[in-house]
Design a binder for this molecule. Sequence first.
Ligand code: MN
Length: 158
Amino acid sequence: MRGGKGSLKGYKNRRDFSKTPEPKGTPKESDKKRFVVHEHHARRLHWDLRLEIGKVLRSWAVPKGPPEEPGVKRLAVQTEDHPVEYIDFEGVIPEGNYGAGTVEIWDAGGMELLEEKKDRELKFTLSGKKLNGTYYLLKVKGGKIPGDNNWLLFKAKG
Ligand code: MN
């Protein structure tokens, strides 16, 4: 199941919790909204941006990492929603499991969702150590890169 639906079905289907240290988790609403960026040394290094929206962490894999300054647009491929408990996760996903490799927190902090146009645009502020300010995620339609889950991530000017 594709992400953005607020369901953990896709997350759980991909994992065997007797073999991965990742949290099983349940959908839960919390009062303070946060974000995390995981640096994920999987088969290919990437950064996972996760935003606490509704009862889950909406997630995007960013191959080149989130931009720290305006004027840089980065591809962000939406992945399955993750449980809110994942926001604190760091560890090693063993070989042979989905996403095998080391997961470290690259940045984390508060997040405020300013605007959402369902399935095509998110505007939000991040207050982390590395990422600070207003950001956009815009869905790409009919771009050069194949796939239905491609978004662009960039920081707003000013
Ligand atoms: Mn990942």
